[in-house]
Design a protein. Structure first.
Lengths: 365, 141
């Protein structure tokens, strides 16, 4: 297939001597919320963004900056850094990869990417890209957000049918594992090894079906001094740290999208090794206004964690690249802790039922 | 004023008062090996779903700048998205390593100039601005 150098393509936007093209882009969300009724609300599991009954703009506010250098029309390097209030604004490398287009329909990426486990995984930080104020947390609790490895993506078209297939493999070490350290109440790292995944999506007209599969081994490593007495120690490492968990998990996800403008429908269901979760969302667009009604649920295969959420929200596109949002969430907690008999282990509180009011602004540039 | 003149005046008034939704033409280089594209072909190129024309030649779509009349008319009719939805769609791809949106290259005349100079480029402009330097392959109804 015929390819042209970027210089010819866009006329000369940079100096003749330099065949490199640069893109600098970014996104951000400033979100504030308050628990109206209840003890606490976890809005984002992977980064443990959570609210109490005082209005707060720290837990979900975030900024992402992305730079892309295009060396040739087939070869590029992209880096994206995010910073978020819930992780003390520490800059984190979210994406950093070398991309190479093998052809018009296939490409490889090598470096650090996001794990595309869920429908919204890749862009759940980019609030501007969707209608709700946040991707429903119930259905998005796999906390391994990134991997370091490689992927290959193949896109094909058969008449009006578009397909995308991606395979990826890699490893990620979380120091510490934010969500699981909170749930298990002792700080530990998680080493995700032998991570292999695949996704397949097919779209026809307004409908898209997306499926995703992930398998990985997870090793949990902690300092011996912080491990509670009831947690068995599986092995001691040479540096004195201990292994407190070692398991292999599989995960799959199925999502259906119907873009029947002005109505948009999203359904997603997933199964992790020992839980299931789902979300359903319907939205209606009229000019600059989009309203959505969403529901989501998480069901552990054990009695102590079950919750269902309902959300009603509105998005107003105030200017090109800026959207304002408001949303009410009702979180219905039906789980029970068999040890303490408290209903919810996530919020460590008596009754997990919560209602939350959130407002926010999302932007891209 | 005779009756004919009144009709003419009324017609003129209608033209002036009508919203400025001029017809938009999708154009390629005159040397392109094809004479027409379907609405779907054009839409797929501008949404990054396809990177080549149906005959296999690489395609480089270019946009007019944000706010241009032709851009809004094109997006509504072909891509089926308003300006914000179009931007939200591309932000799903840009920040996830899946693609780069068509470049914003300016106005009708800028598009015409670029497309007339590049056999791989595809753009759109006010149909009234079309001349022999480009080939019309689709007209927004």
């Amino acid at each position: 297939m015929k390819r042209l150098p970027m210089l010819l393509v866009y006329g000369c936007i940079c100096s003749q001597a330099m065949a490199t093209d640069y893109h600098f882009t970014g996104f951000g969300s400033i979100v504030g919320a308050q628990v109206l009724d209840g003890d606490g609300y976890v809005a984002n599991y992977a980064a443990m963004g959570r609210y109490d009954d005082h209005f707060d703009i720290i837990p979900e506010t975030r900024l992402g900056l992305q730079g892309q250098v295009i060396f040739t029309d087939a070869l590029e390097v992209t880096a994206q850094i995010t910073t978020r209030g819930s992780l003390d604004w520490e800059p984190k490398l979210e994406w950093f990869y070398l991309g190479y287009e093998l052809s018009d329909s296939s490409k490889i990426q090598v470096g650090r990417m996001r794990v595309p486990a869920y429908l919204y995984s890749d862009y759940m930080d980019v609030g501007y890209a969707y209608t709700f104020i946040r991707v429903p947390g119930d259905a998005y609790s796999v906390d391994v957000v990134n991997y370091n490895g490689a992927n290959i993506t193949i896109q094909n078209s058969f008449g009006s049918v578009d397909t995308t297939v991606q395979f990826y493999a890699g490893r990620e070490i979380q120091k510490p594992a934010v969500l699981m350290s909170y749930i298990r109440r002792f700080e530990h790292d998680r080493d995700y090894t032998d991570m292999y995944g695949a996704l397949f999506s097919i779209s026809y007209g307004a409908s898209t079906l997306r499926t995703s599969y992930l398998q990985t081994n997870i090793t949990e490593i902690a300092d011996p001094g912080v491990v509670p007495v009831f947690v068995p120690i599986l092995a001691t490492l040479a540096d004195g740290r201990v292994i407190t968990g070692d398991e292999s998990i599989t995960f799959y996800d199925v999502a259906l999208l119907f873009d029947l403008a002005p109505v948009n429908l999203v359904l997603e269901y997933n199964e992790y090794e020992y839980y299931e979760s789902w979300l359903a969302s319907i939205s209606y667009n009229s000019g600059a206004w989009t309203t959505h009604l969403s529901a989501s649920a998480f069901d552990l295969d054990e009695p102590w964690e079950h919750h269902t959420s309902y959300a009603l929200g509105v998005r107003y596109d105030v200017a090109s690249g800026v959207a304002l949002k408001a949303q009410i969430d009702l979180f219905d907690d039906t789980g029970e802790n068999p040890f303490s008999l408290q209903p919810n282990t996530i919020c460590h509180c008596e009754d997990g039922d919560v209602s939350v009011l959130s407002i926010g602004a999302d932007f891209v540039f | 004023m005779n009756r004919l003149n009144i009709m003419e005046a009324a017609a003129l008034l209608l033209i002036v008062a009508a919203p400025v939704y001029a017809e938009v033409a999708v154009v390629v280089h005159p040397s392109a090996a094809f004479d027409a594209l379907s609405e779907e072909d054009v839409g797929r190129l501008f949404l990054g779903k396809s990177k080549a024309f149906p005959n296999g030649e690489s395609a480089i779509p270019v946009n007019q700048n944000e706010g241009a009349t032709a851009r809004d008319a094109f997006n509504e009719a072909i891509v089926k998205k308003n300006a914000s939805q179009y931007k939200a769609y591309w932000s799903q791809l840009v920040f996830t390593g899946k693609g780069t949106p068509p470049k914003d290259v300016g106005s009708d005349s800028d598009v015409k100039k670029l497309v007339s100079a590049n056999p791989n480029m595809i753009g759109y402009l006010d149909a009234g601005q079309v001349d022999g330097s480009v080939k019309v392959v689709y007209k927004v109804p």
